[in-house]
Design a protein around this ligand. Structure first.
Ligand code: SF4
Length: 272
């Protein structure tokens, strides 16, 4: 039987859970440190990432980044910001102007409609500013938990989990967490994305996670060039060779549902 510091005997399952929790927390702090080291030389610079970027521009960038590579949005950024210094200005420009600016990114009609509807809602309900409360922002039609959290985290430097497909992939692989089919239905991953953030420097860590998922731990991961090979659950259990479709984070004979996987307590924000 395992023993805790009090000297009291603990059941084997509880002992194993405590051991797993300690290992995970060691992995978490090591990964966080290594990721920040990595980001010093590898972070990507995009115009909407500047510290003084207006919250509305950050919101527009997050809307466009949903289904488009950041590099593509960056290429069109100069034409886009001419249309949207504020929600009021966004509405002053015609649909045709918006569609023409967004055409190179695709989904021009849909995105024009969404940006204009959001602008209208911000004007009517929030006096033309972007609320700094994720609950309020997520209530604006067209803005889900991801866009609300990312906008507020970056615009107002608030510690909030930002879970997109890239961050999801990194968390699942590094920590062996159960993957989600739909991110908005994955409270355990939202909680992990919050848990990994430090008290200070959370903005930098979130950006580093996004960059790492977009340039190293990609859909086809570049494990040979990765600093996390020693402790990444995916790499350690597969040597980076197994197709992810065949990978079971709990091991080849492990459960095939979420039972037995790392669960972290629910936190309020970002859960749907
Ligand atoms: S070792 Fe491979 S799977 Fe693991 S974090 Fe690095 S790139 Fe991703």
């Amino acid at each position: 039987m395992g023993r805790v510091q009090t000297g009291q005997a603990v059941p084997p399952l509880l002992g194993r859970a405590i051991g797993t929790a300690i290992l995970l927390s060691l992995t978490e702090s090591r990964f966080r440190r290594d990721l920040l080291d990595w980001s010093r030389d590898h972070s990507r610079n995009f115009p909407w990432r500047g510290g003084k970027t207006d919250p509305f521009l950050i919101l527009v960038a997050e809307i466009l980044l949903r289904k488009t590579r950041a590099e593509s949005v960056a290429r069109e950024w100069d034409s886009i910001i001419k249309l949207c210094g504020s929600p009021e200005e966004a509405l002053r420009h015609s649909e045709a102007e918006w569609e023409s600016a967004l055409r190179p990114l695709g989904l021009a009609k849909t995105r024009t409609r969404v940006i204009r509807e959001i602008s209208r809602e911000l004007l009517v309900r929030h006096m033309g500013s972007v609320p700094s409360s994720p609950e309020l922002l997520a209530r604006v039609p067209g803005i889900g938990p991801y866009i609300a959290n990312a906008t507020i985290a970056f615009a107002y430097d608030v510690k909030l989990p930002v879970l997109d497909v890239n961050v999801h992939r990194v968390l699942v692989r590094v920590f062996g967490m159960w993957p989600a089919q739909e991110l908005h239905k994955a409270p355990h991953l939202w909680a992990a994305a919050r848990e990994i953030l430090p008290e200070k420097g959370h903005r930098q860590l979130t950006l580093a996670l996004l960059d790492f998922g977009a340039s190293v731990c990609m859909a086809t991961p570049k494990c040979v060039a990765c600093f996390a090979r020693e402790y990444c659950h995916f790499y350690v259990t597969t040597n980076g060779t197994l197709s992810e479709k065949l990978w079971n984070p709990a091991g080849p004979n492990g459960p095939t549902d979420r039972a037995g996987f790392r669960e972290v307590p629910k936190h309020g924000q970002g859960e749907a």
